[in-house]
Design a protein. Sequence first.
Length: 560
Amino acid sequence: MLPHFVLAVLIKLSDLTIVNTSYGPVQGSTKFSDDGNHKLMFKRIPFAKPPIGELRFGLPQSPNPWTGILNATEYSSSCMSHFLNTRHQQKSISEDCLYLNIFTSENCLTEKCAVIVYFHGGAFLAESAVMFSDEFILERYVSEDVVFVTSAYRLGVFGQLYFGPNGVLSENLLVHDSVKSLEFVHNEISNFGGNPKQVTIMGHSAGAALVNFLGFSDIIDPTLFQQIIAISAPMSFIFYDDAINNSYKFAEKLGCFGGNRSSMDVKSTLNCLQKFNDTEILNAQTEMVQTNFNSFNGVIQGEPVMKRNGKIANFKKNAPKRHIVCGSTQLEFGKDPFQYKPAGNFLDIENPKEVFDFYDTKMHNTEPRWTDPSSASVYISSRTYCEAMANAGANAYIYETRQKPESLHVSDMQYFIGIHREKVHTSDMDILDSFYSKMLVNFTKTGVPAPGWEKLDPKRMNYLELKVDTELGKGPRMLENYHDKEMETWFGEVMEYDRNVTKQKLMEFSSSTGNISESQSIFGQLWFHPIILLIVIIIILVLLCFKKRFQTGETTPLLS
Protein backbone atom coordinates (compact mmCIF):
# COMPACT_ATOMS: atom_id res chain seq x y z
CA MET A 1 0.00 0.00 0.00
CA LEU A 2 1.34 3.43 -0.96
CA PRO A 3 2.14 5.89 1.83
CA HIS A 4 -0.33 8.78 2.14
CA PHE A 5 2.19 11.41 1.03
CA VAL A 6 3.02 9.41 -2.12
CA LEU A 7 -0.72 9.06 -2.92
CA ALA A 8 -1.15 12.82 -2.47
CA VAL A 9 1.71 13.50 -4.88
CA LEU A 10 0.21 11.15 -7.48
CA ILE A 11 -3.19 12.89 -7.20
CA LYS A 12 -1.46 16.25 -7.57
CA LEU A 13 0.39 15.15 -10.69
CA SER A 14 -2.74 13.71 -12.31
CA ASP A 15 -5.36 15.79 -14.06
CA LEU A 16 -7.77 15.25 -11.15
CA THR A 17 -8.12 17.49 -8.09
CA ILE A 18 -10.13 16.79 -4.94
CA VAL A 19 -11.71 19.51 -2.79
CA ASN A 20 -13.70 18.98 0.40
CA THR A 21 -17.12 20.61 0.91
CA SER A 22 -19.72 20.48 3.67
CA TYR A 23 -21.60 17.87 1.64
CA GLY A 24 -18.61 15.67 0.84
CA PRO A 25 -15.44 15.60 -1.32
CA VAL A 26 -15.58 16.75 -4.94
CA GLN A 27 -13.24 15.58 -7.69
CA GLY A 28 -12.63 18.03 -10.54
CA SER A 29 -10.21 18.19 -13.45
CA THR A 30 -7.00 20.15 -13.90
CA LYS A 31 -5.64 22.07 -16.86
CA PHE A 32 -1.91 22.41 -16.39
CA SER A 33 -0.25 25.76 -17.04
CA ASP A 34 3.34 26.59 -17.92
CA ASP A 35 3.45 29.29 -15.26
CA GLY A 36 2.62 26.76 -12.53
CA ASN A 37 -0.77 28.33 -11.75
CA HIS A 38 -2.77 25.30 -12.84
CA LYS A 39 -6.46 25.80 -13.58
CA LEU A 40 -9.12 23.69 -11.87
CA MET A 41 -12.65 22.90 -13.03
CA PHE A 42 -15.44 21.45 -10.89
CA LYS A 43 -18.64 20.73 -12.80
CA ARG A 44 -22.08 19.39 -11.98
CA ILE A 45 -22.00 20.33 -8.30
CA PRO A 46 -25.56 20.12 -6.90
CA PHE A 47 -26.78 23.18 -5.02
CA ALA A 48 -30.28 21.73 -4.60
CA LYS A 49 -32.05 18.41 -4.74
CA PRO A 50 -33.27 17.44 -8.23
CA PRO A 51 -36.65 19.23 -8.70
CA ILE A 52 -38.41 16.09 -9.89
CA GLY A 53 -41.38 14.04 -8.73
CA GLU A 54 -43.02 15.69 -5.74
CA LEU A 55 -40.38 18.44 -5.81
CA ARG A 56 -41.48 19.62 -9.27
CA PHE A 57 -42.88 23.14 -8.92
CA GLY A 58 -41.61 23.23 -5.33
CA LEU A 59 -39.10 25.52 -3.65
CA PRO A 60 -35.49 24.33 -4.08
CA GLN A 61 -34.31 22.08 -1.25
CA SER A 62 -30.71 21.77 -0.02
CA PRO A 63 -28.91 18.74 -1.47
CA ASN A 64 -28.23 15.67 0.63
CA PRO A 65 -24.62 14.95 1.64
CA TRP A 66 -22.97 12.33 -0.53
CA THR A 67 -20.83 9.39 0.39
CA GLY A 68 -17.59 8.83 -1.45
CA ILE A 69 -16.06 11.31 -3.88
CA LEU A 70 -18.42 13.21 -6.20
CA ASN A 71 -17.28 13.09 -9.83
CA ALA A 72 -17.32 16.72 -10.99
CA THR A 73 -15.47 16.37 -14.29
CA GLU A 74 -18.44 16.49 -16.70
CA TYR A 75 -21.27 18.95 -17.19
CA SER A 76 -24.85 18.16 -16.25
CA SER A 77 -27.68 18.40 -18.74
CA SER A 78 -29.23 21.79 -19.39
CA CYS A 79 -32.53 22.64 -17.76
CA MET A 80 -35.65 21.92 -19.83
CA SER A 81 -35.09 24.46 -22.58
CA HIS A 82 -37.45 25.78 -25.21
CA PHE A 83 -35.46 25.52 -28.44
CA LEU A 84 -35.29 29.05 -29.71
CA ASN A 85 -33.65 29.89 -33.02
CA THR A 86 -30.08 30.04 -31.75
CA ARG A 87 -26.64 28.88 -32.79
CA HIS A 88 -26.10 27.45 -29.31
CA GLN A 89 -28.55 24.58 -28.92
CA GLN A 90 -28.14 22.44 -25.82
CA LYS A 91 -26.62 18.96 -26.13
CA SER A 92 -29.04 17.41 -23.66
CA ILE A 93 -31.84 18.65 -21.43
CA SER A 94 -33.27 17.31 -18.19
CA GLU A 95 -35.44 18.39 -15.31
CA ASP A 96 -32.58 17.30 -13.05
CA CYS A 97 -30.43 20.37 -13.72
CA LEU A 98 -29.89 22.44 -10.56
CA TYR A 99 -26.09 22.38 -10.60
CA LEU A 100 -23.31 24.92 -10.71
CA ASN A 101 -19.83 24.83 -12.24
CA ILE A 102 -16.76 26.34 -10.59
CA PHE A 103 -13.57 27.42 -12.40
CA THR A 104 -10.63 28.27 -10.17
CA SER A 105 -6.85 28.01 -9.88
CA GLU A 106 -4.15 26.85 -7.52
CA ASN A 107 -3.28 30.48 -6.77
CA CYS A 108 -6.83 31.09 -5.63
CA LEU A 109 -6.80 28.03 -3.37
CA THR A 110 -4.18 29.82 -1.29
CA GLU A 111 -5.05 33.49 -1.89
CA LYS A 112 -8.91 33.46 -1.78
CA CYS A 113 -9.81 35.30 -5.00
CA ALA A 114 -12.73 37.51 -5.94
CA VAL A 115 -15.72 35.60 -7.36
CA ILE A 116 -18.10 36.06 -10.31
CA VAL A 117 -21.37 34.11 -10.37
CA TYR A 118 -22.75 34.23 -13.92
CA PHE A 119 -26.45 33.76 -14.78
CA HIS A 120 -27.20 32.98 -18.42
CA GLY A 121 -29.81 34.68 -20.62
CA GLY A 122 -32.37 33.21 -23.00
CA ALA A 123 -35.67 34.96 -22.15
CA PHE A 124 -36.07 32.64 -19.12
CA LEU A 125 -37.00 29.97 -21.66
CA ALA A 126 -33.75 28.76 -23.21
CA GLU A 127 -29.94 28.46 -23.06
CA SER A 128 -28.04 27.17 -20.04
CA ALA A 129 -25.17 27.31 -17.58
CA VAL A 130 -23.21 24.66 -19.53
CA MET A 131 -23.01 26.26 -22.98
CA PHE A 132 -19.83 28.29 -22.61
CA SER A 133 -16.19 27.63 -23.51
CA ASP A 134 -14.03 26.32 -20.67
CA GLU A 135 -10.97 27.77 -22.37
CA PHE A 136 -12.49 31.25 -22.59
CA ILE A 137 -13.45 31.29 -18.90
CA LEU A 138 -10.05 29.99 -17.82
CA GLU A 139 -8.16 32.49 -19.99
CA ARG A 140 -10.23 35.61 -19.35
CA TYR A 141 -11.13 35.19 -15.70
CA VAL A 142 -9.29 32.40 -13.88
CA SER A 143 -5.90 33.49 -15.27
CA GLU A 144 -6.68 36.92 -13.80
CA ASP A 145 -7.23 35.36 -10.37
CA VAL A 146 -11.02 35.40 -10.42
CA VAL A 147 -13.07 32.36 -9.44
CA PHE A 148 -15.82 32.02 -12.06
CA VAL A 149 -19.12 30.21 -11.37
CA THR A 150 -21.95 29.44 -13.81
CA SER A 151 -25.28 28.57 -12.24
CA ALA A 152 -28.47 26.97 -13.56
CA TYR A 153 -32.09 27.83 -12.75
CA ARG A 154 -35.38 26.28 -13.85
CA LEU A 155 -36.70 27.65 -17.15
CA GLY A 156 -40.15 28.27 -18.60
CA VAL A 157 -43.13 26.76 -16.85
CA PHE A 158 -40.84 24.70 -14.57
CA GLY A 159 -39.64 27.92 -12.95
CA GLN A 160 -42.61 30.22 -13.44
CA LEU A 161 -45.87 28.30 -12.89
CA TYR A 162 -48.08 30.34 -10.56
CA PHE A 163 -51.83 30.48 -9.88
CA GLY A 164 -51.85 33.47 -7.57
CA PRO A 165 -51.71 33.52 -3.74
CA ASN A 166 -52.69 30.05 -2.57
CA GLY A 167 -50.30 28.89 0.18
CA VAL A 168 -49.22 25.88 -1.89
CA LEU A 169 -47.25 27.12 -4.91
CA SER A 170 -44.64 29.89 -4.52
CA GLU A 171 -44.15 32.54 -7.17
CA ASN A 172 -40.86 33.07 -9.04
CA LEU A 173 -39.37 29.62 -8.52
CA LEU A 174 -36.48 30.45 -10.85
CA VAL A 175 -35.48 33.34 -8.58
CA HIS A 176 -35.62 31.05 -5.56
CA ASP A 177 -33.31 28.67 -7.46
CA SER A 178 -30.83 31.50 -8.01
CA VAL A 179 -30.90 32.49 -4.35
CA LYS A 180 -30.28 28.86 -3.41
CA SER A 181 -27.21 28.71 -5.65
CA LEU A 182 -25.88 31.94 -4.14
CA GLU A 183 -26.34 30.49 -0.66
CA PHE A 184 -24.27 27.48 -1.74
CA VAL A 185 -21.58 29.78 -3.12
CA HIS A 186 -21.58 31.86 0.05
CA ASN A 187 -21.12 28.80 2.25
CA GLU A 188 -18.79 26.69 0.08
CA ILE A 189 -16.80 28.91 -2.29
CA SER A 190 -13.89 29.32 0.13
CA ASN A 191 -13.22 25.59 -0.34
CA PHE A 192 -12.63 26.34 -4.03
CA GLY A 193 -10.42 29.38 -3.46
CA GLY A 194 -13.10 32.08 -3.53
CA ASN A 195 -13.69 34.91 -1.10
CA PRO A 196 -17.37 34.86 0.01
CA LYS A 197 -17.08 38.54 0.96
CA GLN A 198 -16.05 39.54 -2.57
CA VAL A 199 -18.76 38.09 -4.82
CA THR A 200 -20.06 39.81 -7.97
CA ILE A 201 -23.20 38.53 -9.68
CA MET A 202 -23.16 38.96 -13.46
CA GLY A 203 -25.59 38.25 -16.29
CA HIS A 204 -26.61 39.08 -19.83
CA SER A 205 -30.12 39.74 -21.18
CA ALA A 206 -32.63 37.79 -19.05
CA GLY A 207 -29.68 36.78 -16.87
CA ALA A 208 -28.92 40.47 -16.34
CA ALA A 209 -32.56 41.16 -15.49
CA LEU A 210 -32.31 38.34 -12.95
CA VAL A 211 -29.13 39.90 -11.56
CA ASN A 212 -30.95 43.21 -11.09
CA PHE A 213 -33.86 41.47 -9.37
CA LEU A 214 -31.44 39.77 -6.98
CA GLY A 215 -29.32 42.86 -6.46
CA PHE A 216 -32.14 45.27 -5.69
CA SER A 217 -34.28 43.02 -3.52
CA ASP A 218 -34.53 44.04 0.11
CA ILE A 219 -35.89 40.59 0.95
CA ILE A 220 -32.90 38.46 -0.12
CA ASP A 221 -30.00 38.11 2.32
CA PRO A 222 -27.71 41.08 1.47
CA THR A 223 -24.55 39.23 2.56
CA LEU A 224 -24.74 36.71 -0.31
CA PHE A 225 -22.97 39.03 -2.78
CA GLN A 226 -21.52 42.52 -2.92
CA GLN A 227 -21.50 43.77 -6.55
CA ILE A 228 -23.54 43.63 -9.79
CA ILE A 229 -22.73 43.48 -13.51
CA ALA A 230 -25.89 43.69 -15.66
CA ILE A 231 -25.32 43.63 -19.43
CA SER A 232 -28.21 44.36 -21.83
CA ALA A 233 -30.80 43.82 -19.10
CA PRO A 234 -34.44 44.19 -20.11
CA MET A 235 -36.80 44.85 -17.22
CA SER A 236 -38.66 41.54 -17.75
CA PHE A 237 -41.33 41.88 -15.07
CA ILE A 238 -44.05 39.81 -16.72
CA PHE A 239 -47.53 41.23 -16.21
CA TYR A 240 -49.08 39.65 -13.12
CA ASP A 241 -52.45 38.75 -14.67
CA ASP A 242 -50.76 37.35 -17.78
CA ALA A 243 -48.51 35.10 -15.68
CA ILE A 244 -51.48 33.65 -13.80
CA ASN A 245 -53.61 33.28 -16.95
CA ASN A 246 -50.77 31.45 -18.71
CA SER A 247 -50.51 29.02 -15.80
CA TYR A 248 -54.26 28.26 -15.86
CA LYS A 249 -54.14 27.77 -19.65
CA PHE A 250 -51.19 25.42 -19.25
CA ALA A 251 -52.91 23.32 -16.57
CA GLU A 252 -56.08 23.20 -18.65
CA LYS A 253 -54.09 22.15 -21.72
CA LEU A 254 -52.89 19.05 -19.84
CA GLY A 255 -56.30 18.29 -18.39
CA CYS A 256 -55.37 19.27 -14.83
CA PHE A 257 -57.78 22.20 -14.56
CA GLY A 258 -61.48 22.20 -15.44
CA GLY A 259 -61.92 25.92 -16.05
CA ASN A 260 -63.53 27.03 -12.77
CA ARG A 261 -60.93 29.03 -10.87
CA SER A 262 -63.06 29.60 -7.80
CA SER A 263 -63.32 25.86 -7.11
CA MET A 264 -59.79 24.92 -8.18
CA ASP A 265 -57.70 22.86 -5.73
CA VAL A 266 -54.10 23.93 -6.39
CA LYS A 267 -52.65 20.90 -4.63
CA SER A 268 -54.69 18.50 -6.74
CA THR A 269 -53.71 20.39 -9.88
CA LEU A 270 -50.01 20.12 -8.98
CA ASN A 271 -50.41 16.40 -8.25
CA CYS A 272 -51.91 16.01 -11.70
CA LEU A 273 -49.09 17.97 -13.39
CA GLN A 274 -46.46 15.92 -11.55
CA LYS A 275 -47.71 12.75 -13.26
CA PHE A 276 -46.53 13.94 -16.69
CA ASN A 277 -42.91 13.42 -17.73
CA ASP A 278 -40.68 16.42 -18.32
CA THR A 279 -40.82 16.13 -22.12
CA GLU A 280 -44.64 16.22 -22.11
CA ILE A 281 -44.50 19.32 -19.91
CA LEU A 282 -41.99 20.98 -22.24
CA ASN A 283 -44.00 20.12 -25.37
CA ALA A 284 -47.15 21.68 -23.92
CA GLN A 285 -45.18 24.79 -22.99
CA THR A 286 -43.61 24.97 -26.46
CA GLU A 287 -47.05 24.97 -28.11
CA MET A 288 -48.07 27.91 -25.95
CA VAL A 289 -44.84 29.83 -26.62
CA GLN A 290 -45.21 29.37 -30.37
CA THR A 291 -48.63 31.02 -30.13
CA ASN A 292 -47.59 33.69 -27.63
CA PHE A 293 -43.85 34.21 -27.11
CA ASN A 294 -44.51 36.07 -23.86
CA SER A 295 -45.76 32.89 -22.20
CA PHE A 296 -43.44 31.98 -19.31
CA ASN A 297 -40.62 34.41 -20.00
CA GLY A 298 -40.57 36.74 -17.04
CA VAL A 299 -40.59 37.29 -13.31
CA ILE A 300 -43.66 38.68 -11.54
CA GLN A 301 -43.57 41.53 -9.05
CA GLY A 302 -43.58 39.28 -6.00
CA GLU A 303 -41.31 37.43 -3.58
CA PRO A 304 -38.43 36.95 -3.21
CA VAL A 305 -37.85 39.99 -5.44
CA MET A 306 -40.30 42.33 -3.72
CA LYS A 307 -43.58 42.30 -1.84
CA ARG A 308 -46.40 41.09 -4.05
CA ASN A 309 -47.57 43.70 -6.57
CA GLY A 310 -44.94 46.18 -5.41
CA LYS A 311 -44.08 49.24 -7.46
CA ILE A 312 -41.05 49.13 -9.77
CA ALA A 313 -40.07 52.68 -8.82
CA ASN A 314 -40.11 51.84 -5.10
CA PHE A 315 -38.17 48.63 -5.76
CA LYS A 316 -35.18 50.65 -6.96
CA LYS A 317 -35.19 52.95 -3.94
CA ASN A 318 -34.84 50.23 -1.30
CA ALA A 319 -31.82 48.27 -2.56
CA PRO A 320 -28.81 47.49 -0.39
CA LYS A 321 -25.85 49.66 -1.44
CA ARG A 322 -23.78 47.74 -4.01
CA HIS A 323 -21.31 48.80 -6.71
CA ILE A 324 -22.77 48.20 -10.16
CA VAL A 325 -21.89 48.16 -13.88
CA CYS A 326 -24.76 48.55 -16.38
CA GLY A 327 -24.16 47.90 -20.07
CA SER A 328 -26.04 48.05 -23.35
CA THR A 329 -25.41 47.91 -27.08
CA GLN A 330 -26.12 50.63 -29.60
CA LEU A 331 -29.00 48.89 -31.37
CA GLU A 332 -30.06 46.11 -28.98
CA PHE A 333 -33.19 44.71 -30.72
CA GLY A 334 -33.48 47.70 -33.04
CA LYS A 335 -32.29 46.08 -36.26
CA ASP A 336 -35.81 44.76 -36.79
CA PRO A 337 -37.84 46.50 -34.06
CA PHE A 338 -41.26 45.33 -35.27
CA GLN A 339 -40.22 41.70 -34.76
CA TYR A 340 -40.02 42.20 -31.01
CA LYS A 341 -42.87 42.88 -28.64
CA PRO A 342 -42.39 43.94 -25.02
CA ALA A 343 -41.74 40.82 -22.96
CA GLY A 344 -42.67 42.51 -19.72
CA ASN A 345 -43.32 45.63 -17.75
CA PHE A 346 -40.53 48.11 -17.14
CA LEU A 347 -42.64 50.99 -15.85
CA ASP A 348 -45.46 51.30 -13.33
CA ILE A 349 -48.11 51.43 -16.04
CA GLU A 350 -51.72 50.38 -15.46
CA ASN A 351 -52.84 49.75 -19.04
CA PRO A 352 -50.11 47.76 -20.79
CA LYS A 353 -52.18 46.59 -23.76
CA GLU A 354 -53.36 50.10 -24.64
CA VAL A 355 -49.92 51.60 -24.02
CA PHE A 356 -48.08 49.17 -26.27
CA ASP A 357 -50.74 49.41 -28.99
CA PHE A 358 -50.26 53.17 -28.85
CA TYR A 359 -46.51 52.70 -29.02
CA ASP A 360 -46.72 50.39 -32.03
CA THR A 361 -48.85 52.95 -33.86
CA LYS A 362 -46.27 55.63 -33.21
CA MET A 363 -43.47 53.38 -34.44
CA HIS A 364 -45.29 52.48 -37.64
CA ASN A 365 -45.76 56.18 -38.31
CA THR A 366 -41.95 56.15 -38.69
CA GLU A 367 -41.23 58.81 -36.13
CA PRO A 368 -37.46 58.52 -35.68
CA ARG A 369 -37.52 59.55 -32.03
CA TRP A 370 -39.40 56.37 -31.10
CA THR A 371 -37.26 53.39 -30.11
CA ASP A 372 -38.75 49.88 -30.09
CA PRO A 373 -40.10 48.90 -26.65
CA SER A 374 -37.76 45.96 -26.10
CA SER A 375 -34.68 48.12 -26.72
CA ALA A 376 -36.15 50.96 -24.66
CA SER A 377 -36.58 48.60 -21.72
CA VAL A 378 -32.84 47.81 -21.84
CA TYR A 379 -31.80 51.47 -21.97
CA ILE A 380 -34.22 52.53 -19.24
CA SER A 381 -33.21 49.54 -17.11
CA SER A 382 -29.50 50.37 -17.43
CA ARG A 383 -30.07 54.02 -16.68
CA THR A 384 -32.51 53.76 -13.78
CA TYR A 385 -30.85 50.87 -11.95
CA CYS A 386 -27.40 52.44 -12.18
CA GLU A 387 -28.84 55.82 -11.21
CA ALA A 388 -30.52 54.32 -8.15
CA MET A 389 -27.24 52.82 -6.93
CA ALA A 390 -25.37 56.07 -7.58
CA ASN A 391 -27.98 57.94 -5.53
CA ALA A 392 -27.46 55.37 -2.76
CA GLY A 393 -23.75 56.28 -2.69
CA ALA A 394 -22.36 53.24 -4.52
CA ASN A 395 -19.94 53.24 -7.45
CA ALA A 396 -22.09 53.03 -10.60
CA TYR A 397 -20.81 52.79 -14.15
CA ILE A 398 -22.74 52.79 -17.44
CA TYR A 399 -21.36 51.86 -20.85
CA GLU A 400 -22.66 51.23 -24.34
CA THR A 401 -20.91 49.11 -26.97
CA ARG A 402 -21.00 50.80 -30.40
CA GLN A 403 -18.41 48.75 -32.23
CA LYS A 404 -18.66 48.44 -36.02
CA PRO A 405 -19.93 46.73 -38.09
CA GLU A 406 -22.97 46.73 -35.75
CA SER A 407 -23.68 46.31 -32.07
CA LEU A 408 -26.80 44.27 -31.40
CA HIS A 409 -28.22 42.56 -28.32
CA VAL A 410 -25.86 39.57 -28.38
CA SER A 411 -22.94 40.92 -30.42
CA ASP A 412 -20.78 41.88 -27.43
CA MET A 413 -21.13 38.46 -25.75
CA GLN A 414 -18.01 37.39 -27.64
CA TYR A 415 -15.99 39.82 -25.53
CA PHE A 416 -17.09 38.71 -22.06
CA ILE A 417 -18.36 35.09 -22.35
CA GLY A 418 -16.99 33.90 -25.70
CA ILE A 419 -20.11 33.12 -27.77
CA HIS A 420 -21.80 34.75 -30.78
CA ARG A 421 -18.46 35.52 -32.38
CA GLU A 422 -18.78 36.71 -35.98
CA LYS A 423 -17.17 34.83 -38.85
CA VAL A 424 -15.64 38.10 -40.06
CA HIS A 425 -13.62 39.73 -37.32
CA THR A 426 -11.92 43.08 -37.79
CA SER A 427 -8.68 44.22 -36.16
CA ASP A 428 -10.65 46.93 -34.34
CA MET A 429 -12.86 44.25 -32.82
CA ASP A 430 -9.73 42.40 -31.71
CA ILE A 431 -8.52 45.53 -29.93
CA LEU A 432 -11.85 45.88 -28.11
CA ASP A 433 -11.68 42.19 -27.31
CA SER A 434 -8.27 42.69 -25.67
CA PHE A 435 -9.59 44.89 -22.86
CA TYR A 436 -13.39 44.40 -22.61
CA SER A 437 -13.37 41.48 -20.15
CA LYS A 438 -10.34 42.97 -18.39
CA MET A 439 -12.49 45.92 -17.29
CA LEU A 440 -15.04 43.54 -15.78
CA VAL A 441 -12.25 41.67 -14.00
CA ASN A 442 -10.91 44.95 -12.58
CA PHE A 443 -14.37 45.88 -11.35
CA THR A 444 -14.81 42.46 -9.75
CA LYS A 445 -11.54 42.79 -7.88
CA THR A 446 -11.49 46.51 -7.02
CA GLY A 447 -14.93 48.02 -7.63
CA VAL A 448 -13.44 50.22 -10.38
CA PRO A 449 -13.40 48.95 -14.01
CA ALA A 450 -10.79 51.32 -15.49
CA PRO A 451 -8.93 54.47 -14.37
CA GLY A 452 -10.42 56.71 -17.07
CA TRP A 453 -13.98 55.47 -16.63
CA GLU A 454 -15.82 58.09 -14.59
CA LYS A 455 -18.36 57.08 -11.98
CA LEU A 456 -21.93 57.91 -12.90
CA ASP A 457 -23.11 61.42 -12.04
CA PRO A 458 -26.94 61.23 -12.23
CA LYS A 459 -27.13 64.92 -13.16
CA ARG A 460 -24.94 64.37 -16.23
CA MET A 461 -25.77 60.72 -16.97
CA ASN A 462 -22.21 60.20 -18.15
CA TYR A 463 -21.28 56.88 -19.73
CA LEU A 464 -18.44 55.14 -21.55
CA GLU A 465 -18.81 54.65 -25.29
CA LEU A 466 -17.01 51.41 -26.20
CA LYS A 467 -15.82 51.73 -29.77
CA VAL A 468 -12.49 51.35 -31.54
CA ASP A 469 -11.90 52.95 -34.96
CA THR A 470 -8.20 52.95 -35.82
CA GLU A 471 -8.77 54.66 -39.19
CA LEU A 472 -10.21 57.70 -37.45
CA GLY A 473 -7.90 57.33 -34.46
CA LYS A 474 -10.82 56.93 -32.06
CA GLY A 475 -11.14 54.77 -29.00
CA PRO A 476 -13.41 54.55 -25.94
CA ARG A 477 -14.57 57.95 -24.66
CA MET A 478 -16.84 59.41 -22.01
CA LEU A 479 -20.15 60.90 -23.19
CA GLU A 480 -23.17 62.35 -21.39
CA ASN A 481 -26.98 62.18 -21.43
CA TYR A 482 -27.28 58.40 -21.73
CA HIS A 483 -30.48 57.72 -23.69
CA ASP A 484 -32.28 60.89 -22.67
CA LYS A 485 -34.66 60.40 -25.60
CA GLU A 486 -36.06 57.12 -24.28
CA MET A 487 -36.42 58.50 -20.77
CA GLU A 488 -38.29 61.58 -21.98
CA THR A 489 -40.56 59.52 -24.21
CA TRP A 490 -41.49 56.80 -21.74
CA PHE A 491 -41.61 58.82 -18.53
CA GLY A 492 -43.31 61.68 -20.35
CA GLU A 493 -45.63 60.99 -23.27
CA VAL A 494 -46.16 57.28 -22.62
CA MET A 495 -46.89 57.67 -18.90
CA GLU A 496 -49.25 60.57 -19.66
CA TYR A 497 -51.08 58.40 -22.18
CA ASP A 498 -51.38 55.64 -19.56
CA ARG A 499 -52.88 58.08 -17.04
CA ASN A 500 -55.37 59.32 -19.62
CA VAL A 501 -56.44 55.75 -20.43
CA THR A 502 -57.04 55.12 -16.72
CA LYS A 503 -59.15 58.29 -16.43
CA GLN A 504 -61.20 57.28 -19.47
CA LYS A 505 -61.82 53.82 -18.05
CA LEU A 506 -62.99 55.29 -14.74
CA MET A 507 -65.40 57.61 -16.53
CA GLU A 508 -66.79 54.76 -18.63
CA PHE A 509 -67.16 52.59 -15.53
CA SER A 510 -68.99 55.34 -13.61
CA SER A 511 -71.30 55.94 -16.54
CA SER A 512 -72.11 52.26 -16.97
CA THR A 513 -72.90 51.77 -13.27
CA GLY A 514 -74.84 55.01 -12.89
CA ASN A 515 -72.29 56.43 -10.51
CA ILE A 516 -72.01 59.86 -12.07
CA SER A 517 -70.05 62.54 -10.31
CA GLU A 518 -71.60 65.02 -7.85
CA SER A 519 -71.25 67.87 -10.34
CA GLN A 520 -73.23 65.83 -12.90
CA SER A 521 -76.07 64.82 -10.50
CA ILE A 522 -79.03 66.89 -9.20
CA PHE A 523 -77.23 67.09 -5.86
CA GLY A 524 -74.64 69.31 -7.51
CA GLN A 525 -77.21 71.73 -9.14
CA LEU A 526 -77.63 75.27 -7.70
CA TRP A 527 -81.45 75.07 -7.46
CA PHE A 528 -81.53 71.75 -5.58
CA HIS A 529 -80.66 72.83 -2.03
CA PRO A 530 -83.09 75.89 -1.80
CA ILE A 531 -85.98 73.66 -2.96
CA ILE A 532 -85.15 71.11 -0.26
CA LEU A 533 -85.01 73.89 2.36
CA LEU A 534 -88.45 75.23 1.29
CA ILE A 535 -89.99 71.73 1.50
CA VAL A 536 -88.58 71.30 5.01
CA ILE A 537 -90.07 74.67 6.12
CA ILE A 538 -93.51 73.75 4.74
CA ILE A 539 -93.44 70.40 6.56
CA ILE A 540 -92.52 72.13 9.84
CA LEU A 541 -95.37 74.67 9.46
CA VAL A 542 -97.89 71.92 8.75
CA LEU A 543 -96.77 69.99 11.82
CA LEU A 544 -97.06 73.12 14.00
CA CYS A 545 -100.54 73.71 12.69
CA PHE A 546 -101.60 70.18 13.55
CA LYS A 547 -100.14 70.51 17.02
CA LYS A 548 -102.10 73.75 17.75
CA ARG A 549 -105.44 72.29 16.61
CA PHE A 550 -104.97 69.15 18.73
CA GLN A 551 -104.25 71.29 21.80
CA THR A 552 -107.51 73.40 21.36
CA GLY A 553 -109.66 70.40 20.57
CA GLU A 554 -110.50 71.60 17.11
CA THR A 555 -110.79 69.23 14.21
CA THR A 556 -109.62 69.92 10.80
CA PRO A 557 -111.72 69.19 7.74
CA LEU A 558 -109.28 66.48 6.91
CA LEU A 559 -109.90 64.64 10.20
CA SER A 560 -113.66 65.21 10.49
